[in-house]
Ligand binder design. Structure first.
Ligand SMILES: [Ca+2]
Ligand SMILES: [Ca+2]
Ligand SMILES: [Ca+2]
Ligand SMILES: [Ca+2]
Length: 480
């Protein structure tokens, strides 16, 4: 913190202390409304009776599991936007998938039912807890749910007493492993390897599953495989329109500090994984050495340092320097058109950009801002691009609350030069030259859907290309 305080002095900026009024409690969603919303999105199959009973609570749990929220049984209106915007689960790409099938996501502890090729329902499950136990042959085995592609082999209607206890309506998909009803479906893996459903879900599924049905059991990849859903419900498909091959690329990061570099933006890119940094680092990219290739930079919120790398290979940072005030957002670009990208600052508390055209000294601090200007509103998220193709970068803002995009073609305050609507709350916006015409345009990565949407013009409306990515954190664009 001392470093940060001294840097603030270098900036000679006085940030007024801003206090906030307590946030007022939001209007509570009625239980009946919640039940209707959960049912419409496939999480709830019970009556709309306005009662927050166990079945409704399990539906809330299923939704919380599915979106990666804390696994509790209680509803919070802070999740309402995500519920309203929920479109479908991410599932691995399959060539010619069976229209009616079961997909079991062990990572999120949910099961998806597809009917007629379309996602229909999400069920909370509890799968194998991985602990050793003695099986019916007296051998020690681990309680793992087998992953892979199976079909339902046989079914017992009603109760089946097994060596390990009572199974309700078991559907055996390999050996003694079944999808079955249980009186205990906790938030975590707890079974000996079977896939537990709630009793009411098991009964609901009795007429909807059948012997011979496909069952796919998997763990979520950390961006390992891109997937393609041509003509999917999201309209995933299209292309960037990159004709000359000299177009910007992207990299995504996950929560563990791993990056996935796409060699090109297509539906079938080659992907290079690489560890860089630690969880919660804020990634950005730029050409720090002016050799024409963009490489990674990280801002570590915990120590206020930026870590720049001059190659997209694993290793320690080539340049590190400390940076800004807590809460500042790093932006990187070539703001003077000399071919070298530098790290500058957006200070959300002031809605002010601080532009610096040189990097900080290695091990030292970022120098004083050359100039600054105010642009945007509280909550806006900055990004950088050359939106008019003149060789000099300027800034843009995405307003998550409305989806408005504001672009500037000069590094000055005042009104946006270009304004349109693109993206949803929660989307991560980035700019790049996806089609190779020399002009940067926006794209959004929607983590909840695991999809990247690309625009080739400064306009709202449909994306030019939408690409299945998988569940990751955020995206950076890479030139060169
Ligand atoms: Ca470079
Ligand atoms: Ca520059
Ligand atoms: Ca420009
Ligand atoms: Ca372009």
């Amino acid at each position: 913190m001392k470093r940060l305080a001294s840097l603030a002095l270098v900036f000679a900026l006085v940030t007024p202390l801003v206090t906030f009024a307590p946030v007022e409690a939001e209007a509570a969603t009625s239980v009946a409304t919640l039940q209707s919303k959960l049912r419409a999105r496939g999480f709830y199959r019970g009556p709309i009776d306005g009662v927050m009973g166990a079945q409704t609570q399990q539906a809330v749990m299923a939704f919380r599991k599915e979106i990666g929220a804390t696994r509790t049984y209680s509803w919070s209106d802070s999740l309402l936007d995500e519920l309203n915007n929920y479109a479908r689960p991410w599932v691995p790409y399959r060539l010619n998938p069976a229209p009616n099938r079961v997909e079991i996501n062990l990572t999120r502890q949910v099961m998806y039912l597809f009917i007629g090729g379309t996602y229909a329902q999400v069920f909370p499950i509890s799968s194998g807890n991985g602990e050793p136990y003695t099986n019916s042959f007296g051998s020690f085995v681990n309680a793992n749910t087998p992953t892979g592609n199976f079909t339902i082999q046989r079914h017992v209607k009603g109760e089946k007493i097994s060596y390990l206890g009572s199974l309700w309506n078991p559907w055996y998909f390999t050996g003694g492993y079944a999808i079955h009803g249980s009186s205990s479906v906790p938030a975590f893996p707890a079974s000996h390897g079977c896939v537990r459903l709630t009793m009411w879900d098991s009964n609901w599924l009795e007429s909807r599953l059948n012997v011979g049905m496909s069952v796919h059991v998997w763990r979520e990849p950390s961006g390992a495989g891109p997937t393609l859903s041509p003509g999917g419900a999201l309209g995933v498909g299209g292309s960037t329109g990159c004709l000359n091959g000299d177009c910007d690329r992207v990299a995504f990061n996950d929560r563990s500090g791993r990056f996935y570099f796409w060699d090109q933006i297509t539906h079938n890119p080659a992907i290079m994984p690489m560890f860089y940094g630690v969880p919660n680092d804020h990634p950005f990219s730029g050409d720090w050495d002016g050799n024409g290739d963009d490489t990674l930079g990280l801002y570590r919120r915990s120590d206020g340092y930026v870590y720049l790398r001059n190659t997209n290979t694993q290793g320690i940072a080539d340049i590190t320097f400390f940076f800004g005030n807590p809460g500042d957002i790093p932006i990187a670009g070539d703001f003077d058109g000399d071919g070298v990208d530098t790290v500058s600052i957006y200070r959300p508390s002031e809605q002010r950009f601080y532009i610096i055209n040189q990097l900080g000294a290695n091990g030292g601090g970022l120098g004083a801002a050359e100039f600054s200007f105010v642009f945007g509103d509280r909550g806006d998220v900055p990004f950088v691009g050359d939106f008019d193709g003149d060789g000099t970068d300027s800034v843009g803002l995405h307003r998550p609350s409305t989806g408005q995009v504001y672009l500037k073609n000069s590094l000055t305050g005042g009104l946006a030069d270009i304004q349109f609507t693109f993206g949803n709350p929660g989307d991560k916006m980035v700019a790049g030259d996806w089609d190779g015409d020399g002009v940067d345009t926006v794209a959004v990565y929607r983590p909840r859907w695991g999809v990247l949407f690309i625009k080739n013009s400064h306009a709202g409306g449909a994306a030019n290309g939408a690409f299945d990515v998988g569940y990751l954190e955020s995206v950076v664009s890479l030139s060169g």
